[in-house]
Design a protein around this ligand. Structure first.
Ligand code: VG1
Ligand code: CO
Length: 541
């Protein structure tokens, strides 16, 4: 029986950089999940449609899945394809949406944010192209949450999501599918699995840290079962509702176990980690960390070594705060390089139009036109493919890259959990100074330009403003400041720092040392301590 439940709008159901993300108890509160899901269906329409559903396995994932299924049925959806146990990594969900030519999908995840009864939960909607809903659609969903008066839900028992196969919920079909197999087949179609298998057979050693999040089952199946890496190569391989207390954010701070192993005496040849929902990756060589911006540049320069990219790249795109290392590769290849606002949704049109093949963000996200999300394991396997063909170490590959293209020293400093009013006041004051900055000298560097990044989508002409303050220096150094759109506690200030040094000189400096004057200039210009009371970041990547 379909019930129409009376409800009232709940303030603040506004999707951020990547969907709606809140503390789990907020999501579990009366009508909270239901109001948002109904608003999704009201905007995109559900009658007769097919959707994909899955999540990263965090606390409340299973309960939320049953609610979303009953609401999809009540709203007239024809069919939902759901991962077994309601599990799907974000890139695997994107693939299933495309593979099955569905009308879109709902992904339950707060990505790299911790999970658990008092941590974070999230819901995002992806379109029929497999990519995150664009701003126009998420805005419409938000508006709907402010007007909603009823939602529809089917009264029914839970579906057994543990069993693969077809189930029925009212008139709706529920197909429970293996979360891994189609994704693994896609990876096998893109990469030279025999070459990677031969590399493992010859003694190549890898450590993959799935951080008790969603990639565990994918990584075991692909690396250990199909590519022949020794059993135990993947650690923290079982997704847990609280991620085993880990913070599944693959950066040197949170993936410290992996970092310690890779910097130690018994380090394997290659290390990698991924985030809660499997769309981010960090790669590390023996004794050497690869910054995400450098990783994107190296992948762009070497992608043609993998069968799926043997024809070369049509173009590349990076988010504005990502370093310009990939721009130099694009120049050398004679292909276009696009600069977009932060968030994967801005790559969708460029990928759909065939204007770019590879995309990336400084926040440990890389991907290609094989899906419409960033894809952590894809990036790791592309690295393996490159290592198998070039037969060099990660360190040699990076040194060669910097010697040829020069090095974009890069770092991001995060100041988390700042009072929102203080962060807003700081950004407003900084925006007020932008017009007067060009020509000024700071820390011995002359400012050449300063603006608040605005983007016009080259495909559909839509305009996004206020995407982050950029301060450029004559020597090519750059400072970017923006507030996070994914946090759930106060505001997070992200300070992005970059300085270019031409190769092959000056290859081996510590990035924080190389960036010291740029860091000082940023604090000086933005008055971070004055406004927020914070003199140092709490996460450095
Ligand atoms: C952060 C990153 C951004 C990324 C987004 C979603 O957003 O900076 O590059 O696209 O997270 O990643 P923000 O607004 O907090 O800076 V994920 O792995 O949550 O899907
Ligand atoms: Co993620």
């Amino acid at each position: 029986m379909i019930t129409t439940v009376s409800t009232t709008p709940i303030a603040g159901q506004k999707p951020g950089t990547s969907g709606l993300r809140k503390k789990t108890p907020v999501f579990m509160g009366p009508h909270y999940l239901e109001n948002f899901v109904q608003s999704i269906f009201d905007v995109v329409g559900a009658a007769g449609k097919t959707f994909v559903l899955g999540g990263d396995g965090r606390y409340f994932n299973d309960r939320a899945a049953q609610v979303i299924l009953r609401m999809a049925a009540a709203n007239g959806a024809a069919r939902v394809i759901i991962g077994q146990g309601a599990i799907l990594s974000t890139p695997a969900a994107s693939h299933l949406i495309r593979l099955n030519k569905t009308d879109g999908g709902i992904i339950m995840s707060a990505s790299h944010n911790p999970g658990g009864p008092t941590e974070d939960f999230g819901v995002k909607f992806n379109m029929a192209n497999g990519g995150p809903a664009p701003e126009g659609v998420t805005e419409a969903m938000f508006r709907r949450t402010t007007e909603i008066t009823t939602y529809k839900i089917l009264e029914a028992q839970d579906i057994n999501l543990g069993t693969i196969g077809r189930h029925h919920l009212g008139a709706m079909i529920v197909d429970v599918v293996d979360p891994v197999s189609d994704y693994a087949a896609l990876m096998e179609s893109l990469f030279d699995f025999p070459a990677i298998r031969a590399m493992f057979a010859s003694g190549f050693r890898m450590r993959m840290d799935s951080m008790c999040a969603v990639t565990g089952p994918y990584a075991v199946k692909i690396f250990e079962n199909r590519l022949g890496a020794p059993a135990g190569t993947v650690t923290h391989a079982i997704p847990l509702p609280d991620f085993g207390g880990m913070h599944p954010d693959p950066n040197p701070t949170w993936a410290h176990e992996l970092m310690a192993e890779m910097m130690g005496d018994a380090a394997p040849d290659f290390g990698a980690a991924s985030d809660g929902d499997g769309d981010r990756n960090m790669v590390v060589g023996r004794g050497i960390y690869v910054s995400p911006s450098d990783s994107l540049a190296v992948l762009a320069a070497n992608a043609h070594l993998a069968p799926g990219y043997a024809q070369g790249l049509t173009g590349v795109a990076r988010s504005m705060p990502t370093s310009a290392a990939v721009d130099r590769v694009a120049d050398a290849l004679g292909i276009a390089c696009f600069e977009t606002p932060t968030g994967w949704k801005f790559f969708g049109n460029l990928l759909d139009a065939g204007r770019v093949t590879l995309c990336g963000e400084e926040s440990f996200g890389t991907g290609s036109d094989h899906v419409r999300e960033k894809d952590g394991l894809w990036a790791v396997i592309l690295w393996l493919n490159i290592l198998a063909v070039r037969k060099q170490t990660v360190s040699q590959i990076l040194q060669d890259h910097w010697a040829r293209y020069g090095r974009n020293y890069y770092s991001r400093h995060d100041f988390e959990a700042i009072a929102t009013d203080k962060a807003d006041a700081m950004m407003a004051a900084l925006r007020g100074t932008l017009a007067s900055l060009p020509g000024q000298m700071v820390e011995g560097m002359r400012i050449s330009a300063a603006d608040d990044f605005a983007y016009t989508d080259p495909v559909d002409g839509s305009v996004s403003t206020g995407q982050g303050v950029r301060i450029l220096f004559e020597d090519g150094s750059r400072i970017v400041l923006r507030l996070s759109g994914t946090g759930t506690e106060g505001a997070t200030l992200r300070l992005y720092l970059e300085r270019y040094v031409a190769g092959p000189g000056g290859l081996d400096h510590d990035p924080q040392e190389a960036l010291a004057p740029v860091i000082r200039a940023a604090h000086d210009l933005a008055g971070i301590a004055r406004f927020t009371g914070r003199t140092a970041p709490n996460v450095i990547t």
